[in-house]
Design a binder for this molecule. Sequence first.
Ligand code: NAP
Length: 264
Amino acid sequence: MTLDPGLKGARVLVTAASQGIGFGAARAFVAEGARVVVNSSNPTRLERAVAALAPLGEVHGVVADLRNRDELDRLLAETLRHLGGLDTLVYVTGSPKPGVFLEQQYDDWEAAARLLVVSLAYLARKAAEAMLAPGRGGRMVFLASVAIREPIPNIATSNVCRIAIAGIVRTLARELGPRGIRVNGILPGYIGTDRLVDVFADAARRRGTSPEVERAALEGEIPLGRVGTPEELARAVVFLGSELSAYVSGALLPVDGGLLRSVG
Ligand SMILES: NC(=O)c1ccc[n+]([C@@H]2O[C@H](COP(=O)([O-])OP(=O)(O)OC[C@H]3O[C@@H](n4cnc5c(N)ncnc54)[C@H](OP(=O)(O)O)[C@@H]3O)[C@@H](O)[C@H]2O)c1
């Protein structure tokens, strides 16, 4: 048996993809021969990402702020214009403001809910409509976090609001499965991106240690003994975003080096 994800010519949108997890996922899809739109909110960073991916295959950049409804509309419209349809949506976002629960203000909750719940649901609906119109079905992959199973200190809004991704995955898998759309989620543990550098720096500041000490302490907790790479995470995204996972829907897959302890 050969493992061909069947992605040649597949039309893929990856959001929040100028760097980190989104960029790694986009690179994996382009390398498999997919036609890919990458999105982010910063034109300079997105341009750099497109330039890095272009030698591998077809890639288009669409600048749009995922927190803004009009920009979500434009993102979908431009994606369809570039690709002529949509087979796979990979939804990644930026991070909400960190902090413990008692530091969060009303506006922080509103911003986090907009980013992690409202925009997510809105784009999922628009993507579903685009997949249903030609009747070909499709695949959606939502990036969440292990925090939805076991809350992580100092990211209170994320712990609370990302749980919506589990709701979206299970709700849409039931509603859209009969119409040929599979919907799954990924729960990354700790993946070595720029954001993780910030996380270690912040933890060191709070505890009066160093980023190296914080990293070593965390890696001591991970059964595989290290943080993951964006490339390792991307393999899971390609699995769920392709026909390699043809009979998987409604799943929430941890990619965390064995970090989660909870059963079920
Ligand atoms: N790294 C981890 O260990 C880990 C683990 C679990 C969950 N996560 C979550 O996974 C997501 C990606 O993480 P990462 O480590 O790849 O972070 P990252 O390296 O900071 O990348 C974040 C990406 O989001 C984009 N972005 C930020 N705000 C945006 C907006 N309003 N609209 C569109 N794009 C936006 C950024 O691009 P621009 O700045 O160009 O807009 C960038 O491409 C985050 O939500 C993070 O909390 C990360």
